[in-house]
Design a protein around this ligand. Structure first.
Ligand SMILES: Nc1ncnc2c1ncn2[C@@H]1O[C@H](COP(=O)(O)OP(=O)(O)OP(=O)(O)O)[C@@H](O)[C@H]1O
Ligand SMILES: [Mg+2]
Length: 262
């Protein structure tokens, strides 16, 4: 199976990007896939959610070091610093040093290609490489889009996606036209849905009506649950934290939908 690379992105904060990256990755690993998750957010939320509580204290290389190596042309094995999680996924961590890389990246030749240059040799080792992007449309998410086959967009069922969605889709279109013609929108995933709340249902319907004819809107909706909010503090996926819960079941169905297409 050729490696599939997916950027999980939404310019809006708190839409479930990190939770989606972590739990989709774990679900795929449970199905026997070789999965690398890449923390592309200087906040290091994915790194923390997988149990490395103090990403700024990591002594092994992080994504920032790999990007720096690409810019400087220094030798660094692209796998160095990869952390292995006991749920069967690998992680390239990030920390605050990634924020400091924005300017050097912008000044670099091939400034949009650095993540792709780092990632390309890793594709031989994995079935899926999934990027957890920060809630911006800066040069680092653009690098993730250039390196990816598709962009997966988690959207919260708490608010109607408006300008953030338009901005994201515009950026994806721009990357496709100018740099990565094979970039696709993987689809829109409705997250943080509260089944007892009519608003959640209305927002889901509006998303399906507004975007469903142009983009894939996944059938699976990720429900809101206390256990899913607690799992990151325990450093594990919802499968380990509450394997029989509704969020674990939803991510399993979602992973099947993602696999169905590829
Ligand atoms: N299914 C869920 N049920 C309950 N809480 C959830 C669920 N998914 C995520 N959360 C919580 O909601 C918050 C936002 O989720 P998450 O961090 O995944 O969003 P994000 O889009 O990555 O945020 P950011 O834009 O800051 O990177 C977190 O506190 C997370 O633990
Ligand atoms: Mg996040």
């Amino acid at each position: 199976m050729p490696c599939r690379t997916i950027a999980v992105a939404n310019q809006k904060g708190g839409t479930g990007k990190t939770a989606t990256t972590l739990n989709l990755g774990t679900a795929l690993a449970r199905m026997g896939k070789r999965v690398l998750l890449v923390d592309a957010d200087p906040q290091g939320d994915l790194t923390k959610s997988l149990g490395w509580k103090d990403p700024d204290a990591l002594e092994s290389p992080t994504l920032a070091d790999h990007l720096n190596a690409m810019i400087e042309g220094t030798a660094l094995d692209p796998r160095e610093g990869t952390l292995s999680h006991d749920e069967g996924i690998d992680l390239m961590p990030a920390n605050i040093e990634l924020a400091g890389m924005e300017m050097p990246i912008l000044m670099a030749m091939s400034r949009e290609q650095l993540v792709n240059m780092w990632m390309s040799p890793l594709k031989a080792h994995y079935d899926f490489i999934i990027f957890d992007c920060a809630p911006t449309l800066g040069i680092i998410p653009v690098n993730a889009f250039v390196a990816s086959d598709s962009v997966l967009v988690p959207v919260s069922a708490e608010y109607l996606p408006a300008s953030a969605m338009t901005g994201l889709l515009k950026t994806v279109g721009r990357v496709r036209r100018q740099i990565n013609p094979s970039l696709e929108v993987e689809g829109i995933l409705v997250t943080l849905s509260d089944s007892r709340n009519n608003l959640s249902h209305d927002i889901e319907q509006t998303i399906r009506e507004r975007y469903g004819s142009t983009y894939r809107v996944f059938d699976t909706v990720i429900p809101r649950a206390v256990s899913a909010a607690e799992a990151p503090a325990a450093g594990m996926s919802v499968f380990s934290y509450d394997g029989d819960g509704k969020v674990a079941h939803a991510f399993e169905r979602f992973a099947e939908e993602v696999l169905d297409r590829g």
